[in-house]
Ligand binder design. Sequence first.
Ligand SMILES: Nc1ncnc2c1ncn2[C@@H]1O[C@H](COP(=O)(O)OP(=O)(O)OP(=O)(O)O)[C@@H](O)[C@H]1O
Ligand code: SF4
Ligand SMILES: [Mg+2]
Length: 341
Amino acid sequence: MSRPLSDGAPGVAPAPGPADAILSVRDLSAEYVMERGTVLAVDRVSFEVGPGEFLGIVGESGCGKSTLLFAIAGLLTPPAVVSGGSVQFRGRSMVGLTDRELAAVRWKDLSVVMQSAMNALNPVKSIGAQFADALRAHGAASKEHIAGRSAEVLRMVGIDPVHLQSYPHQLSGGMRQRSMIAMALLFTPELVIMDEPTSALDVVAQRSLMVQIKELQQQLGFAVIFVTHDMSLVSHFSDRLLVMYAGQVAESGPTRRVFDTPLHPYTAGLMEAFPSIRGPRVPLTGIPGSPPNLARLPEGCRFADRCPQVMPRCLAGPPELYEVDGTLVRCFLHEEAARHD
Ligand SMILES: Nc1ncnc2c1ncn2[C@@H]1O[C@H](COP(=O)(O)OP(=O)(O)OP(=O)(O)O)[C@@H](O)[C@H]1O
Ligand code: SF4
Ligand SMILES: [Mg+2]
């Protein structure tokens, strides 16, 4: 099949994905509108997630991962706005929902585990009280049901239910993140969006939480969008990978394929240089330099000044997203393959 995907153009072909998608993101753009200029943090991103699928989204710090997740979940607040595209969750638009409409979907059908569990949890309420609020907001009235379900989800993530009485500051970073995951599972939603949920943990704890998330996903059947800056973390757990660079999709495809034959030079660089487990702001040794300023993007390929395979044409204009063997890559090196595919 031969179709260069000129993103944003009318009649654009959909990105490859499951036919029965529960989430469909099309040409989604989001920006931070500030006095000193506009930052295009998410630039025409498209992908789909099928029921029970595990999608990993990877990319360096500042490439727009969190902004993308917030845009999908309808949680962007000024100065951030969705500036284009659409998000359909189970056939319903997530863009421009009122707080009330959003509250009806959140937790029940779709839940989000934020990057910083410390900020996401209310510091002046016990874990149990926060779980109870979420359950009551969706009609759970009986005290017995609330207590029972709250204890059950905490157990699922390996925390003793005695901690329902605890306040966030009384828990370790890892326990706070586990509590957020437990809260996300209160209603067994169809989609759980996780933004670096293991980043506060050491390597061993990170792996064990990852295994637990995967087990819960298989047991309960929900789909996952898992964001991380660490390719190695999602290598064993995700069905598909989406690699972001400077607000755009650089490459996406089945995880195994991306690992076996990375098509984009950035993906190849990421694989040679798994960043430090401890923090997202460690420079990648395999890829010298840093991503471009999203407020002043270059005319050509956004990766050009770091790319070991840069060609003169890469500086003249931006590459499109090409489809090669059913996967997507934004790089001129694959233009021919896309044409003859
Ligand atoms: N509150 C803000 N105000 C203005 N610009 C912002 C704000 N938050 C993020 N940005 C811009 O949006 C870009 C994307 O930020 P985002 O937080 O989505 O990246 P990220 O990939 O999640 O990074 P990290 O891995 O560090 O979490 C940043 O590079 C920055 O330029
Ligand atoms: S388009 Fe050119 S600069 Fe960009 S990733 Fe491909 S080869 Fe490198
Ligand atoms: Mg982030």
